[in-house]
Ligand binder design. Structure first.
Ligand SMILES: NC(=O)c1ccc[n+]([C@@H]2O[C@H](COP(=O)([O-])OP(=O)(O)OC[C@H]3O[C@@H](n4cnc5c(N)ncnc54)[C@H](OP(=O)(O)O)[C@@H]3O)[C@@H](O)[C@H]2O)c1
Length: 341
């Protein structure tokens, strides 16, 4: 039986729990299945959080646990109903929860979650786009940001995975007028180059004292309540880093009645604070979407979307462990990538 190598966690824990295992190569049995030969995978905070058991409230994991959501690679085989892709196509995507495991030589996806890789990006760069690009896109679209009165947006942590994508998508797809962000000193020029208009060095200045009257903020840091202060009355805040309530969680991970109640209690105070300040507050879980990803990819091919690669690691046990350690530090400028081929 033909086998492939895949990174797996043997139990909840840190990089020392990772092993590289030989598994049987899967086949694209379902009509909409696409088997991808992985060239590169990028890591996201969810990868280490999931491995450390921080998502236990929402998803029950079983071990050994495959890891990695973002992929760029080449189509190796397709299911009988696949029409958008053929063997040999270069594709990228954020694969679904049921298929997680892009840190591997092969991974399965469904057709709808993939898009053709932008020609202007290498596999290493393209692997850094899907999860962060789609999250930023979905927040900006769901919030109707493009129709806000003055289109002033605050995107904290502008040099992080989400920040890099959100600044550029806000500017080039959602017509932002003013983009403010926070970074530490060494990253100021990097985010200005991406399109940030107002940059606050968060280690030296309190952004809540400097920024005023914004239409919207995307909470990427979990400092949700502080960010209410910079919004105008009637402003909108989407958090991707706080906790969802039961309705927001159930949209992605059905959590059941009891856990739903727990989430509602845990998030009540924040929602009450938002209401009392007339802030339209939401939590958003991103979802994979090949159509939106193609739109983001087009922007890269038009030269309007840069991908920042923080670091690239080889697909060896040491390389994968080092990549997880780097991602967990929370200091990356752009994306942490594992190059498989
Ligand atoms: N809900 C969803 O669907 C969803 C999707 C994607 C991500 N997320 C969440 O969104 C968060 C951000 O993800 P990410 O991929 O952008 O993370 P990341 O790439 O690991 O972020 C690293 C960056 O954050 C900056 N940073 C850290 N603390 C900061 C602070 N207090 N103020 C300003 N900048 C700060 C660091 O810059 P310095 O070195 O200068 O500090 C670094 O450049 C994570 O919590 C992640 O789990 C949620």
């Amino acid at each position: 039986m033909a086998t492939f190598k895949a990174a797996q966690f043997t139990s909840y824990g840190g990089p020392d729990k990772i092993v590289i295992s030989d598994l049987p190569i899967p086949t694209a049995d379902e009509p909409d299945s696409v088997l991808i030969k992985v060239h590169a995978a990028s890591l996201n905070p969810i990868d280490w959080k999931r491995a450390e058991g921080m998502m236990k409230m929402l998803v029950k994991e079983s071990f050994p646990l495959r890891t990695g959501y973002d992929v760029s690679g080449v189509v190796s085989s397709v299911g009988s109903g696949v029409t958008k892709f053929k063997v040999g196509d270069e594709v990228f995507g954020r694969i679904g929860q049921a298929e997680v495991g892009t840190v591997a030589e092969y991974v399965l996806s469904t057709e709808a979650k993939l898009a053709l890789k932008p020609k202007s990006l290498t596999h290493v760069q393209a692997a850094g786009v899907p999860l962060t690009g789609l999250t930023a896109y979905q927040v900006l679209e769901k919030s109707n940001f493009a129709s806000k009165p003055s289109r002033k947006i605050f995107i904290p942590a502008g040099a992080g995975g989400i920040g890099v994508m959100a600044i550029q998508l806000a500017k080039h797809l959602f017509n932002a007028e003013t983009i403010a962000t926070t970074v530490s000193e060494a990253k100021i020029d990097i985010v200005k180059d991406l399109g940030a208009d107002v940059v606050v060095d968060y280690k030296k200045e309190d952004y809540t004292q400097v920024l005023k009257d914004y239409d919207m903020a995307i909470d990427t840091t979990g400092e949700t309540k502080q960010q209410f202060a910079i919004l105008k009355p009637g402003g909108t805040l989407y958090s991707i880093a706080a906790l969802p309530n039961s309705e927001e969680a159930n949209a992605v991970f059905p959590v059941g009645f009891f856990m739903g109640k727990v989430l509602d209690v845990l998030t009540y105070k924040l929602r009450w604070a938002a209401n009392s300040k007339n802030i339209d507050y939401h939590y958003l879980f991103m979802s994979p979407n090949g159509t939106q990803l193609a739109e983001i990819g087009n922007l890269a091919d038009q030269g309007k979307l840069k991908v920042l690669v923080d670091s690239t690691f080889p697909f060896t046990l040491e390389g994968v462990r080092d990549a997880f350690a780097r991602q967990k530090q929370g200091r990356a400028t752009g994306k942490v990538i594992i190059q498989v081929i």
